[in-house]
Design a protein around this ligand. Structure first.
Ligand SMILES: Nc1ncnc2c1ncn2[C@@H]1O[C@H](COP(=O)(O)OP(=O)(O)OP(=O)(O)O)[C@@H](O)[C@H]1O
Ligand SMILES: [Mg+2]
Length: 586
């Protein structure tokens, strides 16, 4: 479409992007292609028995076509020929049916596999995109793309591409045979093509626009839905069920409206196409009778010709209808490309090396960091930590404490300066091995809906049972875990909400302990817990931090008592704080 030139090549870009995925399935595709040729051949052969009956039995002619000539020579012009043609009709149907089945099965199975691969690629890509993407992306929208849009792509790949190839073959072969019979009459049958092309172009663009709107609306539905369900506590706590419902209903309705628009456009296109095809048929019939009267062709020829016309026009009409589906699938494909086209901002350098096991000497050297479009959080900041040192990071809310720890994990890269571990810029390391040296406990710890054992083992997937239990003991979690209905095999609710806040936190501490990394980040690990619970977790935290370079972010004196050193963030700088001063007065 000329309205948005950027999008007009979307279909082509999609095909190019997906084509390499087809390579492993070459054998099936070739077989499927052969089956396609079988389908086209049976389509072309289908009207011929009729002509043989007409020109050979009913109105015998001496100067007939080679096929009829051969048939009459072999089977005579009586019942033998009739039986032979009847058999031919059956044989053509059988061959065509078998080829059609083989083609549909082979190509659909390839399509399914390719789509599964695309979905995997997309999921992998989304997982690897940087925080700058995930900060603003909505999980509902991503899920909608991973499910609905990928499904639409399957339509594009299986239905559109395959059927397109099949139809082009059938149309090509039919036109060839028609032209061989009478090229003048063929031209009259093709006279309507320019009009069809215009119609397809006109409606195709509009349908794609409407489909794009619909998919976007469906993405919004998924957003509202995931928000409403994942925050069910807040929804119910504020008694906002009706409000959420109306938010959902609004998106739901507008998606339905957009859906009606695409359907209406598609139906309209079909209507106009049918009229044009009827015009074509009328034209062929009129001109064909003129040709028969002048003796240029036989009545049997005209009969076969009109049969071919329906062989020709049926796929043409289907192809026009297919434009609607292709348009919809293209709209979905664009949504997939939008994500595929993003590249992680925090990327590994080409020559990145394995970090190995680091000692844990962490440094900020002249670090300046700002979130996109915001003033800097850190400005030419310096900080040096010795291995095993426990440093409390304090400062007012929103000053940049959590952000500083995110730089160590390389969730973001600083705009200036570098974060260094053991004297190396952390960008020299591969992301996995860098993060393998870091363990975290956050305030709102996330657990997954798996067993307690697996939740702890998330820190180190190859941990043994003994190591898991030892880590749970260190975190003082073993006691309550054994009292759970199934002990370590108890399945937690999604996000771990079947546990109390303190219990959840003990499991995350155990997870961090099990990881056994030289660097530990504790971001407000005890905030939100009552003083008694917090105090009971202190021992676990102290053991977790022992011997590790620990960043401890906290506001309360209790947690801060774990630290051997206090650093305050002020005006984008790390400011050393004398021990024993009243840090909490800030
Ligand atoms: N993903 C983000 N994108 C843009 N700005 C952000 C993002 N995360 C945090 N900020 C902003 O950066 C600043 C520092 O945030 P940060 O979370 O580091 O503060 P904090 O010191 O940890 O605060 P708190 O004690 O409340 O946890 C804040 O002004 C915040 O609004
Ligand atoms: Mg914070």
């Amino acid at each position: 479409m000329s309205r948005d030139p950027l999008r007009s090549d979307a279909l082509w870009r999609l095909v190019r992007r997906m084509a390499p995925q087809l390579r492993p399935h070459r054998r099936r595709l070739v077989l499927g292609g052969l089956a396609l040729i079988g389908v086209a051949a049976s389509e072309v052969a289908r009207p011929w028995p009729l002509k043989v009956v007409f020109d050979g039995i009913l109105m015998p002619r001496p100067d007939t076509d080679p096929v009829t000539g051969w048939m009459t020579a072999t089977f005579g012009t009586g019942d033998g020929l009739l039986a032979a043609t009847a058999f031919a009709i059956l044989a053509i149907a059988l061959v065509g049916g078998a080829a059609g089945f083989a083609q549909a099965y082979l190509i659909a199975s390839v399509g399914q596999k390719v789509v599964a691969q695309i979905r995997l690629d997309l999921y992998r890509h989304v997982q690897r995109l940087s925080h700058s993407f995930h900060d603003t992306a909505s999980s509902g929208d991503i899920i909608a793309r991973l499910t609905g849009d990928v499904r639409m792509m399957r339509d594009l790949l299986i239905d559109a591409v395959v059927f397109f190839a099949a139809r082009v073959l059938v149309i090509g072969a039919t036109v060839g045979v028609m032209a061989w019979m009478d090229w003048r009459l063929t031209l009259s049958a093709l006279a309507i093509l320019p009009a069809l092309w215009l119609v397809t172009r006109h409606f195709g663009g509009r349908i794609r626009g409407a489909a794009r709107r619909q998919r976007r609306k469906e993405g919004k539905i998924a957003v509202v839905m995931t928000e409403g369900i994942s925050s069910i506590d807040v929804v119910k706590g504020f008694a906002r069920e009706a409000y959420e419902e109306s938010r959902f209903a609004k998106q739901n309705n507008s998606s339905a409206e957009a859906g009606v628009v695409t359907t209406r456009l598609a139906a309209n296109m079909d209507r106009v196409t049918q009229v044009i095809l009827a015009l074509g048929t009328a034209l062929v019939l009129w001109y064909g009778v003129v040709r028969v009267r002048s003796g240029a062709i036989s009545p049997g020829d005209l009969l076969v010709f009109t049969a071919y016309l329906s062989t020709l026009y049926k796929p043409v009409r289907k192809m026009a209808a297919m434009t609607a589906r292709v348009a919809k699938a293209t709209a979905s494909g664009e949504r997939l490309l939008e994500i595929f086209d993003l590249s992680p901002e925090v990327a590994e350098r080409p020559g990145a090396v394995d970090a190995g096991l680091l000692a844990g000497r962490v440094g900020f050297a002249n670090v300046t960091f700002a979130y996109p479009g915001s003033p800097p959080v850190l400005r030419n900041a310096y900080l040096n930590l010795n291995p095993g040192e426990i440093v409390a990071i304090v400062g007012t809310s929103g000053i940049g404490k959590s952000s500083a720890t995110r730089l160590i994990m390389r969730f973001y890269d600083p705009q200036e300066g570098s974060v260094r571990i053991d004297g190396h810029d952390i960008r020299e390391f591969t992301l996995d091995t860098l993060r393998g040296n870091i363990s975290v406990v956050l305030q709102d710890s996330v657990l997954f809906g798996t067993t307690v054992r697996d939740s702890i083992a998330y820190g180190r997937l190859d941990a043994t049972e003994d190591e898991i239990v030892a880590a749970a003991r260190e975190a003082e979690a073993d006691g309550f875990i054994r009292l759970l209905p199934e002990g370590y095999d108890t399945v937690l609710g999604e996000r771990g909400e079947t546990l109390s806040g303190g219990q959840r936190q003990r499991i995350t501490i155990a997870r961090a302990v099990l990881r056994d990394a030289p660097i530990l980040i504790l971001d407000e690990p005890l905030t939100g817990l009552d003083p008694a619970t917090a105090r009971s977790l202190l021992g676990g935290l102290r053991r977790a931090a022992a011997g590790r370079t620990t960043f401890l972010i906290a506001h309360d004196a209790l947690t801060l008592s774990l630290a051997s050193r206090v650093v305050r963030i002020e005006d984008g700088q790390f400011v050393e704080y004398p021990r024993n001063s009243r840090i909490l007065s800030a």
